[in-house]
Structure formats: C-alpha cells, structure tokens
Design a protein around this ligand. Structure first.
Ligand code: CMC
Length: 364
C-alpha cells in the first residue's frame, strides 16, 4: 500500500504530463514555455477540450471567446441573488456555493458555463464584500481582460491582461493532482461536470494544494526585510512549520511553473506596475530558503513551487490574498473539465480497495 497514493498510476491521459525529475510540464504535446509564450485562457481551453465533446461546442479561439463572453453575461444574472450568507464566506467558498447552483450535465453547454461563471462570481463577491457594486461583464473582452475589469472597474493594461493570461495558462492542467483526481472520481460515477468541479474546488482550497499562495504573502509580510529572511525562515522551521511555496509531491527539481510566472512578472516590473521592493524581498526569501532547506532537509530535494510566484503575480494584479485560490480555480477549471470528460468517455468507475485494520467481531 502507498500512503498518499504516491507513484500509483490511476489513469491514462492524453491531457498533460508532469516530469518531476526533469522539471518539465507538457500539455497536449506542447511544452509549458511555448504555451505561456503564445497562449491565452481561451487558446488553452480549446487545446485541452479538443475532441472531448461532440461538435456542439466552440471549436476555435475566436468562437470560444465570444461564447465565453455570452456565458459570462448569462452568469451575471445570478449575481443579484448573492446574499449575506454567501458574502460571509471566504471568497473561494462563496464561489463554490455559487457554482453549486449551476445546472449539472456532461455536455459542452455545462462546460462553457463552468468556464465562464466562476470568472464572474469571484470579482462580484470580492466587490460586494467591500461594499462596492458588482461590475457587469463585457462580452467583447477576453476572459482575462474581463476578469480584471470586473475586479477593479477599470480596463486593465495590456501587460496586466497578458500576465493574467500567462498565469491561467500556466496552471490550466497538471497531471493527476489532488483536485483533478477528485474531479475524475466524481466523473467516473457519471454525476456530471458541475459535480466534478465542486469536488475539485473543495480539494483545491487546502493549503497543501491551491491554498498556499495567500500564506506566501503572509510570510513576505512577516519577514518584512531581506536582511530578516534567514532568521525568520529558520525560526519557522524550528517551530515545525512548512515553508509555503516550497516543495512538491512530484517535482524533485524546480517547478517549471515558478519560472514561467517569474518570467510573466517581467513586463509588469519593467513598466513599473509592480512594487520592485516586493520582488527584491521575495528573491531574498527564495535564495535564503533554498540554502536553509538544503542544509536542514538534506534527504528531500525542496525547491520553489508554482505558488511562490503566483502570490506575487496575483497581488500585483490587484487580487486580495484571500482570493488567490479562487483565481487558481478559474484557471484549473479547464483541466478539471477536460479530465472529467476523458474519464467519463474512457474510464471505468473509480473504486479502489482498502485494507481493514480495525477489530474483528468477537466470537459469540
Ligand atoms: N517546508 C519545509 N519542509 C518541507 C516542505 C516545506 N514546504 N515540504 C516538504 N517538506 C519536508 C517535510 O517536512 C518532510 O520532512 P521530514 O521527512 O523531515 O518530516 C519531507 O519534506 C517530505 O514531506 P512530505 O510530506 O512527504 O511531502 P509531500 O510530497 O507529501 O508534500 C507538499 C508535498 C506540496 C504538500 C509539501 O511540500 C508542502 O507542504 N509544501 C508547502 C505547501 C505548498 O507550497 N503547497 C503548494 C504545492 S504546489 C501547488 C500544487 O500543485 O498543488
């Protein structure tokens, strides 16, 4: 038996491959670097979902962009029904509660709704929680530009839209991570894509998976100055804490998504749209952490993971830290749907076994 199912193969997939030894991510035959350089939320969705639905869905980037615009406009109809109970929840839970109200199904229309609606729900919840009116979507915009516009009320700069696209592309799919596996388990029962997405959202929010980037910023705030990095990190490890944004179940080298996001930050830095002091602090923490982890955890190669630079990128785009996991969910939704469809089309009911280690009935 393998604790945590480490190295257990639970599916065959044509969607993505994570090579943990080489630090390489391939999505449908395309390397992460190429995808991030040329891709947008829409282009990666077309790539990942290609062939997984009958010909009743949008099949090219322009068609998907306009279908998503219309689906965002339809989803905004639900914003009026966001009540105080939902607004009292953390943003990712509010988003999950709203997604739970969407109809279920296994068709392309359900997939489109799931791709579009969270992109409307998250900015609306964030604004309503601050006492601001929700901003209606603009169906003519790309998904990334519209998310930023619905968040701030202003048209984003081209650098900001590209940075969000780079992020959403980078985290679109990643093998059989915990939330994607959850999505496939539900899909294997034929429950429908909305049910799969709900299970995946629940799995994503944990701090060992998609809940780490908010705590990365807490760490940056606590460290406060580059000179303080080593002392703070050592004290955290002395307490038995894990360093958020470091380590990975599969990667034994640097997570390639961390560099893709560091790269995506460059145009924002060059155009003065990021606080350069924040970047210097992050780089000092990264360097000190790698040094310290090498000495203190010599048996386990630990390097920076995707969440470290996610935190800086999403903060620079104006997302509050409690919304980071919700933005992750908007991007990973494409992978969840693609895996759920692949499982429903090609897989069997997922039903593993367990070894009973409890007491046996007493003899009468
Ligand atoms: N800081 C300090 N020590 C660590 C860390 C860390 N971030 N990650 C692993 N270790 C240590 C751990 O304490 C253990 O040491 P020891 O054997 O001395 O107790 C050893 O490394 C092995 O840990 P493990 O629990 O077997 O590793 P895992 O494969 O279950 O954990 C992980 C993977 C991502 C949960 C873990 O690295 C972690 O908790 N990282 C911090 C949270 C984080 O950044 N999560 C985002 C992951 S990337 C997003 C995604 O793809 O989901």
């Amino acid at each position: 038996m393998t604790n945590g199912l480490e190295n257990v193969v639970a599916a065959e997939t044509r969607l993505s491959d994570v090579d943990g030894a080489a630090g390489r991510l391939v999505i449908r035959g395309v390397s992460l670097d190429t995808l991030v350089r040329d891709g947008t939320f829409e282009s990666v969705a077309v790539l990942l979902l290609d062939g997984l639905f009958d010909a009743d869905g949008p099949r090219d980037v322009a068609a998907l962009q306009s279908a998503l615009g219309a689906a965002r406009a339809a989803a905004f109809g639900q914003v009026a029904a966001i009540d105080a109970t939902i607004l009292a929840l953390p943003p990712v839970d509010a988003m999950r509660a709203l997604v739970a109200r969407l109809p279920d199904g296994e068709d392309a229309a359900t997939a489109l709704r799931l791709l579009a609606a969270p992109a409307v729900f998250l900015p609306a919840v964030l604004r309503l929680q601050q006492g601001l009116p929700a901003v209606a979507p603009d169906a003519a915009l790309s998904q990334s530009a519209d998310i930023l516009r619905m968040l701030t009320g202003n048209h984003p700069t081209p650098e900001q839209t590209s940075a969000l696209d780079a992020y959403l592309v980078t985290i679109s799919d990643h093998g059989l991570n915990a939330s994607t596996f959850a999505s496939r388990v539900i899909a294997s029962t034929r429950a429908g894509l909305t049910s799969s997405a709900l299970a995946a959202l629940g799995a994503l929010k944990g701090p060992l998976h998609g809940g780490a980037p908010g705590p990365v910023l807490d760490m940056l705030d606590a460290v406060a100055t580059p000179a303080n990095a080593a002392a703070w990190l050592n004290a955290a490890l002395d307490r038995g804490d894990r360093l958020m944004g470091f380590g990975h179940r599969v990667y034994r080298v640097r997570d390639p998504r961390a560099d893709a996001l560091k790269q995506a930050l460059r145009p924002l830095i060059a155009s003065g749209q990021v606080d350069s002091g924040r970047i210097e602090l992050a780089e000092a923490i990264e360097a000190a952490a790698l040094d310290i982890l090498k000495t203190r955890k010599p048996d386990r190669p630990l390097d920076v993971n995707v969440e470290f630079y996610t935190a800086l990128l999403l903060e620079s785009l104006g997302f509050p830290r409690d919304a980071f996991t919700g933005v992750f969910a908007i991007g990973r939704m494409t992978g969840w749907i693609a895996h759920a469809r692949e499982q429903a089309l090609e897989g069997r009911l997922i039903r593993p076994s367990s070894v009973y280690i409890g007491p046996l009935p007493r003899a009468a």
